[in-house]
Design a protein around this ligand. Structure first.
Ligand code: SAH
Length: 455
């Protein structure tokens, strides 16, 4: 067998045309079919790149000179947002982002011979400043407590105060809190030495209510935090609740289960459409609040409820989908793996005077077979899984229960495609085009909704 040699070497410079954009938003240039991934490079642009790193299959390079500019490029300097992965598509015009997302789904479907049309992406009402939640890492840089974001594939902090896609009020609050903690000489936790106090600053802000939750993730409780609390309460007049989350573990997981409520109720409330929701620190809540009611409206319309359906809301979170549709159906059964979220869902039933919904704690793949044994059946199943998609055993149970209609809300078209193929093998067929809904402008994340029916 001929020995393959990488056609470029580290430190080499070459001039070429960008051919493609990866699903992560990186430009692709090719040397004899060997791909190099390049930040801040758009298809069609002629660039000079410097090769940084290579392995057998692919390499990374960076642009040293851009010789031509794509008509899809946005003028401006976005290097920090591209480097950190906060907004890997910030340099791409919004209309082109929408097209990119629709095309990604089309290509994934086509590669698996899934014959499902994909509708043009529904734009987000806000294209920047839309995120209602921030989890900001901190680091000591030259002895100063610094907030920012990690460079992609590293734990090197890039200092930032304008996070571009976050609610601007959240950005302000992070700086206010950072300055207070700086003045108190609070140290950042260091992952290598495992010393230091502060790990993350988490802030959530209700899009319609303006309620603010601040969570300081700390390795331990020290007396000085009492002073910090007083200063934060004074400096953030819109503060609703302040929480210490104590996380001493050697882990990448941001929050521990140990929340200590310092002021306020320990949660905030926000609305989606005409429903009100309680949100605890541990609970998932859609991060683009203005686009969420439109996502749910699409799912609801596709489901064609008549008022008689039993509905299973798997991956229920704090019950936002199930409680939105509850008045239009007979009964909602939901499951969710995070206990705090299920407690929120129960509270949200009361908050919205809904009594035809029930939520249990557990994984979808454990709970569904249990319900099957208990004789619970459903007319419609709504799934809204995390990026890894559905467990194969879960899909098998859906098929065994012969649930006639499935609404699949997906945040990852790769796992959606895999799961649609598995559903198809069990006799399910897509009966709607897939609707892509932009929940994450400036990022390559792709949300979509598809309806399936059992033939
Ligand atoms: N439908 C909700 C939540 C969607 S996010 C909304 O629109 O807000 C996905 C949710 O699934 C998260 O709350 C997460 O905690 C939960 N989850 C993750 N893995 C799960 C599993 N295996 N079984 C059930 N829920 C799971």
């Amino acid at each position: 067998m001929a020995k393959f040699t990488v056609p470029v070497r580290q430190g080499q410079e070459l001039t070429t045309t960008v051919q493609d954009l990866t699903y992560e938003g990186m430009g692709v240039v090719k040397v004899d079919n060997y791909p190099l991934f390049v930040d801040n490079a758009l298809p069609g642009e002629e660039v000079t790149v410097l090769v940084n790193r290579t392995n057998k299959q692919y390499g990374f390079a960076r642009v040293t000179k851009r010789l031509t500019t794509s008509p899809d490029r946005v003028a401006g300097e976005f290097a920090d947002y591209l480097q950190t992965g906060i907004a890997p598509l910030a340099h791409l015009k919004y209309s082109a982002q929408l097209q990119f997302k629709q095309d990604q789904v089309k290509h994934l479907f086509a590669a698996q011979h899934l014959d499902i049309p994909v509708l043009p992406t529904l734009p987000s009402p806000q294209q920047t400043g839309y995120r209602n939640k921030a989890q900001i890492p901190v680091q000591m840089i030259n002895g100063t407590l610094t907030t920012g974001f990690f460079r992609k594939r590293s734990h090197h902090l890039v200092p930032l105060t304008d996070f571009f896609i976050q609610d601007p009020r959240i950005d302000e609050i992070i700086v206010t809190v950072r300055d207070i903690l700086r003045d108190l000489d609070v140290t950042a936790y260091d992952e290598r030495t495992r010393r230091g106090l502060l790990r993350h600053i988490m802030v959530r802000r209700g899009h319609t209510t303006g309620e603010v939750m601040i969570v300081l993730v700390v390795t331990r409780i020290v007396p000085m935090l009492k002073q910090a609390a007083q200063l934060i309460e004074k400096a953030v007049p819109d503060l609703t609740t302040l929480v210490w989350n104590v996380n001493a573990a050697n882990t990448n997981v941001i929050l521990s289960g140990d929340n200590q409520i310092i002021s306020g109720p320990g949660y905030i409330e926000d609305t989606i459409g005409d429903r009100r929701f309680k949100i605890s620190p541990q609970s998932f809540f859609q991060i683009n609040a203005a686009q969420t009611p439109r996502l749910y409206a699409i799912a609801q319309k596709l489901a064609e409820f008549t008022g008689h359906e039993t509905v299973i809301d798997a991956y229920a979170g704090i019950g936002t989908i199930g409680l939105t549709i509850a008045p239009q159906v007979d009964h909602v059964y939901g499951m969710e793996v995070v206990p705090e979220a299920v407690a929120d869902a129960e509270a949200n039933k009361a908050l919205n005077r809904i009594d035809n919904a029930d939520y249990v704690v557990g994984t979808a793949e454990d709970v569904l077979p249990r319900w099957q044994q208990q004789g619970i059946t459903a007319d419609v199943l709504i799934v809204d899984p995390p990026r890894k998609g559905l467990a194969e055993s879960f899909i098998a149970t859906v098929g065994a229960m012969k649930i006639p209609r499935v609404i699949y809300v997906s945040c990852n078209p790769a796992t959606l495609t895999r799961d649609l193929v598995r559903f198809q093998a069990l006799g399910y067929q897509a009966t709607s085009p897939t609707q892509v809904v932009d929940m994450f402008p400036q990022t390559p994340h792709i949300e979509s909704v598809t309806r399936l029916d059992l033939r």
